[in-house]
Design a protein around this ligand. Sequence first.
Ligand code: EPZ
Length: 418
Amino acid sequence: MSKIIVEGSNRLSGEINVQGAKNSVLPVLAASILCRTPCVIHNCPDILDVDTALRILKHLGCKCQKQGTTVVCDASSITNCDIPENLMREMRSSVVFLGAILSRFKRASISSPGGCELGPRPIDLHLSSLKALGAEIEEDHGYLQCNAENGLYGKEIHLSFPSVGATENIILAAVCAKGKTVIHNAAREPEISDLADFLNRAGGKICGCGSDTIEIEGVSFLNGIEHSIIPDRIAASTYLCACATANGKITLNGVIPAHMISVLSVLRDAGCDLDIHNNKLTISVNGRLNRVPTVRTLVHPGFPTDAGPCVIAMLSRAKGTSVFVENIFENRFRYIDELNRLGTKIKTEGRVAVIDGTDHLEGASCSCTDLRGGAALVVAALSSEGVTEINNISHILRGYDNITETLCGVGAKIKLVV
Ligand code: EPZ
């Protein structure tokens, strides 16, 4: 089984080119289904979730090629409208393909995505919204059979929670629907705006992304375009936390600081020196960090739940006690028992984690429980005395593009053992 080996206590120094955003490239790849001509998508991260998404597109009948960080998708001769169980189980966020398939074929059949490491992960908001647009959806032996034989029609939709995936599914279903759709209480994450930018340049008519009200005027077709995926704000946050914990000075290239304001605020509170210059972000840290006021995860532009695990790992080395409240997912602390094997002193009670900072962590053997929890183990291992062995690392490889090479490039002693 592959694992990551880290020899801790090395300061970091150098530059990192931040990968494209995992949570943007997935809905953009789904959107390529709607385009009559080929799409060229640049700055795609080399991660397992992109490989899975390409396998789904090929299963549907798309012609896909990956050349480095560029993916070419041609959906002109797409034939299938189903996503089989094995692919859905590999990546539950494949549900974001549903709206696009339904729009293209007026029917779709996908295996129910089920839960994941973060909890049950319901999709009720996705399904109720697609039904509002005219789809009939039945659950049959673990499959969702969806039909919209008369096509999809624009509607006013109010989301009870600003779900990122549901907002994306509605946009993908509504962009070529008949009439106008308005999403109230829409998600405001930057990845939604990146999807809308892609669709508008392909011929769509979407406005309001970044706000909580999005309007989509249905159009009859979309043409393929060239698009470059926005930088991954969570991967960028991960590398900032790595430097903050291990000490040193690194510069992140190709970031959008405006996407990371809430994370940068916490890093400053902890005592990190941050210098922002256009799309470059330099962090410099010497010595132990300070505790920070209570951090609460919220929907964007609040503190992002995905940045939580690495910030908690960073705060495990701070002077004093910090409190972290996870408000988005109900079961996002499973990795903390693994962190505590390295000597962190973190207690959890429901959605609350209490982090008693310690000045000493010891390398140990540990195992990833999920994507961002695995990254948190890497962050903590970088400042631990001795060697840490991190197992079950397929979680990390789902979302981080060459994380070991990236960190090696700034002085970390870390390697991937296949
Ligand atoms: C997206 O997941 C991201 N994934 C997640 O990133 C991220 O944590 C999350 O948004 C929140 O920002 C991708 O974009 C691929 P949600 P998504 O729908 O769309 C509840 C990572 O590490 N909910 O906004 O699934 C749900 O249970 C991943 O990169 C319903 O109740 O998130 C959760 O409590 C992890 N019913 C909350 O909303 C629904 O129909 C947020 O879910 C949908 C969601």
